[in-house]
Design a protein around this ligand. Sequence first.
Ligand SMILES: NC(=O)c1ccc[n+]([C@@H]2O[C@H](COP(=O)([O-])OP(=O)(O)OC[C@H]3O[C@@H](n4cnc5c(N)ncnc54)[C@H](OP(=O)(O)O)[C@@H]3O)[C@@H](O)[C@H]2O)c1
Length: 298
Amino acid sequence: MFILVTGANGQLGKSIKSLVKQQKISHSFVFVTRNQLDLSSPSNIQNYFETHKIDLIINCAAYTSVDRAEYYQKEADMINHIAVKKIAEISKSNNIKLIHISTDFVFDGLNHRPYFESDASSPLNIYGKTKLEGENAILSIMKFNAIIIRTSWVYSEYGNNFVDTIIKLTQKNNNLNIVSDQIGTPTYARDLGQAVLNIIKNDKFNELDRASEIYHYSNEGECSWYDFAKEVTNILGTKCTISPINSENYPTTARRPRNTIMSKDKISKEFDIKIIFWKDSLKCCMKNLATLSPPNKE
Ligand SMILES: NC(=O)c1ccc[n+]([C@@H]2O[C@H](COP(=O)([O-])OP(=O)(O)OC[C@H]3O[C@@H](n4cnc5c(N)ncnc54)[C@H](OP(=O)(O)O)[C@@H]3O)[C@@H](O)[C@H]2O)c1
Protein backbone atom coordinates (compact mmCIF):
# COMPACT_ATOMS: atom_id res chain seq x y z
CA MET A 1 0.00 0.00 0.00
CA PHE A 2 1.06 3.59 -0.66
CA ILE A 3 0.07 5.59 2.40
CA LEU A 4 -0.10 9.39 2.45
CA VAL A 5 0.18 11.10 5.85
CA THR A 6 -0.80 14.79 5.90
CA GLY A 7 0.20 17.21 8.66
CA ALA A 8 3.70 15.70 8.75
CA ASN A 9 5.01 18.60 10.85
CA GLY A 10 2.30 18.25 13.49
CA GLN A 11 2.36 16.22 16.71
CA LEU A 12 0.57 13.17 15.32
CA GLY A 13 2.27 13.30 11.92
CA LYS A 14 5.70 13.38 13.56
CA SER A 15 4.77 10.59 15.98
CA ILE A 16 3.62 8.31 13.16
CA LYS A 17 6.78 9.10 11.19
CA SER A 18 8.96 8.18 14.16
CA LEU A 19 7.03 4.91 14.73
CA VAL A 20 7.26 3.95 11.03
CA LYS A 21 11.03 4.52 11.17
CA GLN A 22 11.39 2.18 14.14
CA GLN A 23 9.06 -0.60 13.03
CA LYS A 24 9.03 -2.99 10.12
CA ILE A 25 5.91 -2.06 8.18
CA SER A 26 5.40 -3.47 4.72
CA HIS A 27 3.87 -0.31 3.26
CA SER A 28 5.36 2.79 1.64
CA PHE A 29 4.65 5.96 3.58
CA VAL A 30 4.77 9.48 2.15
CA PHE A 31 4.69 12.24 4.77
CA VAL A 32 3.61 15.63 3.46
CA THR A 33 3.92 19.01 5.18
CA ARG A 34 1.89 22.10 4.38
CA ASN A 35 4.60 23.15 1.87
CA GLN A 36 4.25 19.90 -0.05
CA LEU A 37 0.45 19.72 0.05
CA ASP A 38 -1.37 22.88 1.10
CA LEU A 39 -4.92 21.87 2.01
CA SER A 40 -6.23 25.43 1.88
CA SER A 41 -6.91 25.05 -1.84
CA PRO A 42 -9.21 22.27 -3.15
CA SER A 43 -7.59 22.51 -6.62
CA ASN A 44 -4.21 21.93 -4.99
CA ILE A 45 -5.57 18.74 -3.43
CA GLN A 46 -7.06 17.66 -6.76
CA ASN A 47 -3.73 18.22 -8.56
CA TYR A 48 -1.80 16.27 -5.95
CA PHE A 49 -3.92 13.15 -6.35
CA GLU A 50 -3.83 13.37 -10.14
CA THR A 51 -0.07 12.98 -10.00
CA HIS A 52 0.36 10.56 -7.06
CA LYS A 53 -0.95 7.02 -6.67
CA ILE A 54 -2.21 6.59 -3.10
CA ASP A 55 -4.09 3.67 -1.46
CA LEU A 56 -4.67 5.14 1.99
CA ILE A 57 -4.73 8.68 3.40
CA ILE A 58 -4.09 9.33 7.09
CA ASN A 59 -5.30 12.90 7.53
CA CYS A 60 -3.46 14.36 10.52
CA ALA A 61 -3.55 17.94 9.19
CA ALA A 62 -6.00 20.33 10.79
CA TYR A 63 -6.55 23.90 11.87
CA THR A 64 -5.94 23.16 15.56
CA SER A 65 -5.77 26.58 17.19
CA VAL A 66 -9.07 26.52 19.09
CA ASP A 67 -9.08 30.19 20.14
CA ARG A 68 -7.80 31.61 16.84
CA ALA A 69 -10.51 29.67 15.00
CA GLU A 70 -13.10 31.99 16.61
CA TYR A 71 -11.57 34.92 14.63
CA TYR A 72 -10.39 32.98 11.56
CA GLN A 73 -13.55 30.95 10.90
CA LYS A 74 -13.05 30.83 7.14
CA GLU A 75 -9.50 29.48 7.47
CA ALA A 76 -10.55 26.87 10.05
CA ASP A 77 -13.50 25.81 7.88
CA MET A 78 -11.25 25.49 4.83
CA ILE A 79 -8.87 22.98 6.47
CA ASN A 80 -11.22 21.17 8.86
CA HIS A 81 -14.23 20.94 6.58
CA ILE A 82 -13.80 21.93 2.90
CA ALA A 83 -10.42 20.19 2.46
CA VAL A 84 -11.75 17.10 4.26
CA LYS A 85 -14.78 17.06 1.93
CA LYS A 86 -12.46 17.26 -1.08
CA ILE A 87 -10.27 14.46 0.31
CA ALA A 88 -13.37 12.31 0.84
CA GLU A 89 -14.59 12.95 -2.75
CA ILE A 90 -11.19 12.04 -4.19
CA SER A 91 -10.96 8.98 -1.92
CA LYS A 92 -14.36 7.75 -3.03
CA SER A 93 -13.74 8.15 -6.74
CA ASN A 94 -10.26 6.60 -6.57
CA ASN A 95 -10.98 3.74 -4.13
CA ILE A 96 -8.65 5.24 -1.53
CA LYS A 97 -9.16 4.32 2.13
CA LEU A 98 -9.24 7.19 4.62
CA ILE A 99 -8.31 7.48 8.28
CA HIS A 100 -9.28 10.93 9.51
CA ILE A 101 -8.62 12.41 12.95
CA SER A 102 -11.32 14.39 14.72
CA THR A 103 -11.94 15.76 18.18
CA ASP A 104 -13.79 15.45 21.50
CA PHE A 105 -14.75 19.12 20.94
CA VAL A 106 -17.66 17.96 18.75
CA PHE A 107 -19.41 17.41 22.13
CA ASP A 108 -20.87 20.08 24.43
CA GLY A 109 -19.41 18.40 27.52
CA LEU A 110 -22.67 18.20 29.48
CA ASN A 111 -22.67 14.39 29.79
CA HIS A 112 -22.27 12.76 33.19
CA ARG A 113 -20.84 9.57 31.69
CA PRO A 114 -18.22 8.88 29.01
CA TYR A 115 -19.28 9.80 25.48
CA PHE A 116 -20.05 7.00 23.05
CA GLU A 117 -19.61 7.35 19.30
CA SER A 118 -23.40 7.29 18.91
CA ASP A 119 -23.99 10.25 21.28
CA ALA A 120 -25.34 13.47 19.79
CA SER A 121 -22.71 16.05 18.95
CA SER A 122 -23.19 19.74 19.72
CA PRO A 123 -19.95 21.74 19.52
CA LEU A 124 -19.49 24.86 21.64
CA ASN A 125 -16.89 26.54 19.44
CA ILE A 126 -15.89 27.13 15.81
CA TYR A 127 -13.06 24.59 15.89
CA GLY A 128 -15.47 21.86 17.07
CA LYS A 129 -18.10 22.96 14.55
CA THR A 130 -15.68 22.85 11.59
CA LYS A 131 -14.32 19.46 12.70
CA LEU A 132 -17.88 18.10 12.98
CA GLU A 133 -18.65 19.37 9.47
CA GLY A 134 -15.53 17.53 8.26
CA GLU A 135 -16.80 14.32 9.90
CA ASN A 136 -20.25 14.74 8.38
CA ALA A 137 -18.81 15.37 4.92
CA ILE A 138 -16.83 12.12 5.10
CA LEU A 139 -19.81 10.10 6.30
CA SER A 140 -22.13 11.45 3.64
CA ILE A 141 -19.63 10.98 0.78
CA MET A 142 -17.93 7.74 1.84
CA LYS A 143 -20.41 5.08 2.94
CA PHE A 144 -17.43 2.71 2.94
CA ASN A 145 -13.68 2.70 3.59
CA ALA A 146 -13.40 5.64 5.99
CA ILE A 147 -12.49 5.65 9.66
CA ILE A 148 -12.87 8.76 11.81
CA ILE A 149 -10.98 8.72 15.11
CA ARG A 150 -12.00 11.35 17.66
CA THR A 151 -9.24 12.11 20.12
CA SER A 152 -8.64 14.57 22.97
CA TRP A 153 -5.97 16.63 24.78
CA VAL A 154 -3.13 15.55 22.47
CA TYR A 155 0.46 16.05 23.67
CA SER A 156 3.80 14.74 22.49
CA GLU A 157 7.55 15.31 22.42
CA TYR A 158 7.01 17.72 19.52
CA GLY A 159 6.01 21.38 19.27
CA ASN A 160 3.78 23.35 21.61
CA ASN A 161 1.36 21.44 23.78
CA PHE A 162 0.11 21.44 27.37
CA VAL A 163 2.96 19.32 28.77
CA ASP A 164 5.61 21.44 27.06
CA THR A 165 3.89 24.64 28.28
CA ILE A 166 3.72 23.44 31.89
CA ILE A 167 7.38 22.35 31.85
CA LYS A 168 8.42 25.80 30.57
CA LEU A 169 6.17 27.65 33.05
CA THR A 170 7.50 25.72 36.05
CA GLN A 171 10.99 26.97 35.19
CA LYS A 172 9.89 30.60 35.60
CA ASN A 173 7.20 30.45 38.32
CA ASN A 174 6.78 29.21 41.88
CA ASN A 175 3.05 28.61 41.47
CA LEU A 176 0.69 28.04 38.56
CA ASN A 177 -3.11 28.37 38.57
CA ILE A 178 -4.67 25.68 36.39
CA VAL A 179 -8.31 25.02 35.50
CA SER A 180 -9.81 22.18 37.51
CA ASP A 181 -13.41 22.11 36.26
CA GLN A 182 -12.78 20.79 32.75
CA ILE A 183 -12.47 17.02 32.74
CA GLY A 184 -11.17 14.79 29.97
CA THR A 185 -8.40 12.38 29.09
CA PRO A 186 -4.96 13.23 27.73
CA THR A 187 -3.73 11.43 24.62
CA TYR A 188 -0.06 10.76 23.99
CA ALA A 189 0.30 11.27 20.22
CA ARG A 190 2.65 8.29 20.02
CA ASP A 191 -0.05 5.98 21.46
CA LEU A 192 -2.59 7.35 19.01
CA GLY A 193 -0.09 6.90 16.18
CA GLN A 194 0.49 3.30 17.24
CA ALA A 195 -3.28 2.71 17.37
CA VAL A 196 -3.54 4.00 13.78
CA LEU A 197 -0.73 1.65 12.67
CA ASN A 198 -2.39 -1.28 14.47
CA ILE A 199 -5.66 -0.54 12.68
CA ILE A 200 -3.89 -0.58 9.30
CA LYS A 201 -2.36 -3.98 10.13
CA ASN A 202 -5.71 -5.42 11.23
CA ASP A 203 -7.49 -7.72 8.72
CA LYS A 204 -10.83 -6.07 9.53
CA PHE A 205 -9.55 -2.72 8.23
CA ASN A 206 -8.42 -4.35 5.01
CA GLU A 207 -11.82 -5.92 4.27
CA LEU A 208 -13.23 -4.70 0.97
CA ASP A 209 -15.90 -2.01 1.28
CA ARG A 210 -16.04 -1.92 5.03
CA ALA A 211 -18.74 0.50 6.29
CA SER A 212 -17.37 3.87 7.41
CA GLU A 213 -17.34 4.32 11.19
CA ILE A 214 -16.46 6.76 13.97
CA TYR A 215 -14.23 5.61 16.87
CA HIS A 216 -13.01 7.28 20.04
CA TYR A 217 -9.39 7.10 21.16
CA SER A 218 -7.56 8.70 24.08
CA ASN A 219 -5.48 7.24 26.88
CA GLU A 220 -7.29 5.52 29.77
CA GLY A 221 -8.60 7.26 32.89
CA GLU A 222 -9.73 10.81 33.44
CA CYS A 223 -8.39 14.04 34.93
CA SER A 224 -8.75 17.80 34.96
CA TRP A 225 -6.16 20.15 33.45
CA TYR A 226 -5.14 20.80 37.10
CA ASP A 227 -4.55 17.05 37.71
CA PHE A 228 -2.66 16.84 34.42
CA ALA A 229 -0.37 19.76 35.32
CA LYS A 230 0.14 18.36 38.85
CA GLU A 231 1.25 15.03 37.38
CA VAL A 232 3.73 16.81 35.09
CA THR A 233 5.25 18.57 38.11
CA ASN A 234 5.29 15.31 40.13
CA ILE A 235 7.30 13.63 37.37
CA LEU A 236 9.61 16.65 37.05
CA GLY A 237 10.09 16.76 40.82
CA THR A 238 9.92 20.57 40.69
CA LYS A 239 9.11 22.81 43.66
CA CYS A 240 6.59 24.79 41.59
CA THR A 241 3.12 24.29 43.08
CA ILE A 242 -0.12 23.95 41.13
CA SER A 243 -3.36 25.54 42.37
CA PRO A 244 -6.84 24.73 41.08
CA ILE A 245 -8.99 27.51 39.58
CA ASN A 246 -12.39 27.58 37.87
CA SER A 247 -12.81 28.24 34.15
CA GLU A 248 -14.48 31.59 35.01
CA ASN A 249 -11.13 32.72 36.36
CA TYR A 250 -9.31 31.73 33.17
CA PRO A 251 -11.33 33.29 30.33
CA THR A 252 -10.55 32.05 26.81
CA THR A 253 -11.80 33.27 23.43
CA ALA A 254 -13.46 29.94 22.62
CA ARG A 255 -15.83 28.16 24.99
CA ARG A 256 -14.62 24.73 26.09
CA PRO A 257 -16.71 21.69 27.05
CA ARG A 258 -16.71 20.70 30.76
CA ASN A 259 -16.50 16.93 30.38
CA THR A 260 -15.25 15.14 27.29
CA ILE A 261 -14.27 11.73 28.66
CA MET A 262 -14.84 9.26 25.82
CA SER A 263 -15.49 5.53 25.88
CA LYS A 264 -12.79 3.61 24.01
CA ASP A 265 -14.65 0.27 24.08
CA LYS A 266 -15.51 0.28 20.38
CA ILE A 267 -11.97 0.81 19.04
CA SER A 268 -10.35 -1.46 21.59
CA LYS A 269 -12.77 -4.36 20.94
CA GLU A 270 -12.93 -4.01 17.19
CA PHE A 271 -9.22 -3.57 16.50
CA ASP A 272 -7.80 -5.26 19.59
CA ILE A 273 -6.15 -2.05 20.77
CA LYS A 274 -4.76 -1.81 24.29
CA ILE A 275 -5.48 1.55 25.90
CA ILE A 276 -2.65 2.74 28.17
CA PHE A 277 -3.36 4.65 31.42
CA TRP A 278 -2.70 8.37 30.92
CA LYS A 279 -0.15 8.69 33.76
CA ASP A 280 1.95 5.84 32.34
CA SER A 281 2.01 7.43 28.89
CA LEU A 282 2.82 10.85 30.34
CA LYS A 283 5.84 9.33 32.14
CA CYS A 284 6.96 7.75 28.87
CA CYS A 285 6.64 11.01 26.91
CA MET A 286 8.51 13.02 29.54
CA LYS A 287 11.29 10.43 29.59
CA ASN A 288 11.60 10.67 25.79
CA LEU A 289 11.45 14.46 25.98
CA ALA A 290 14.40 14.52 28.39
CA THR A 291 16.54 12.54 25.93
CA LEU A 292 15.65 14.51 22.78
CA SER A 293 17.98 17.27 21.60
CA PRO A 294 16.23 20.68 21.10
CA PRO A 295 15.91 20.59 17.26
CA ASN A 296 14.05 17.27 17.44
CA LYS A 297 11.48 18.70 19.84
CA GLU A 298 10.31 21.31 17.33
N1 LIG B 1 -3.89 18.85 19.71
C1 LIG B 1 -4.97 18.46 20.39
O1 LIG B 1 -5.08 18.64 21.61
C2 LIG B 1 -6.10 17.73 19.67
C3 LIG B 1 -7.24 17.39 20.41
C4 LIG B 1 -8.28 16.72 19.76
C5 LIG B 1 -8.16 16.39 18.42
N2 LIG B 1 -7.03 16.74 17.74
C6 LIG B 1 -6.94 16.39 16.30
O2 LIG B 1 -5.84 15.52 16.13
C7 LIG B 1 -5.26 15.73 14.83
C8 LIG B 1 -3.77 15.90 14.97
O3 LIG B 1 -3.53 17.01 15.84
P1 LIG B 1 -2.07 17.51 16.22
O4 LIG B 1 -2.07 17.78 17.67
O5 LIG B 1 -1.05 16.63 15.60
O6 LIG B 1 -2.11 18.92 15.46
P2 LIG B 1 -0.89 19.89 15.11
O7 LIG B 1 0.31 19.53 15.86
O8 LIG B 1 -1.44 21.28 15.22
O9 LIG B 1 -0.64 19.55 13.57
C9 LIG B 1 -1.54 19.91 12.59
C10 LIG B 1 -0.79 19.97 11.29
O10 LIG B 1 -1.70 20.39 10.28
C11 LIG B 1 -0.97 21.19 9.38
N3 LIG B 1 -1.77 22.11 8.60
C12 LIG B 1 -2.48 23.18 9.04
N4 LIG B 1 -2.98 23.86 7.99
C13 LIG B 1 -2.60 23.19 6.87
C14 LIG B 1 -2.78 23.39 5.49
N5 LIG B 1 -3.43 24.47 5.01
N6 LIG B 1 -2.26 22.49 4.62
C15 LIG B 1 -1.56 21.44 5.07
N7 LIG B 1 -1.32 21.19 6.37
C16 LIG B 1 -1.83 22.07 7.26
C17 LIG B 1 -0.02 21.99 10.25
O11 LIG B 1 1.04 22.44 9.45
P3 LIG B 1 2.14 23.48 10.00
O12 LIG B 1 3.04 22.65 10.86
O13 LIG B 1 2.78 23.98 8.77
O14 LIG B 1 1.40 24.53 10.76
C18 LIG B 1 0.38 20.98 11.31
O15 LIG B 1 1.59 20.33 10.97
C19 LIG B 1 -5.99 16.92 14.22
O16 LIG B 1 -7.00 16.45 13.37
C20 LIG B 1 -6.64 17.59 15.42
O17 LIG B 1 -7.83 18.27 15.06
C21 LIG B 1 -5.99 17.39 18.33
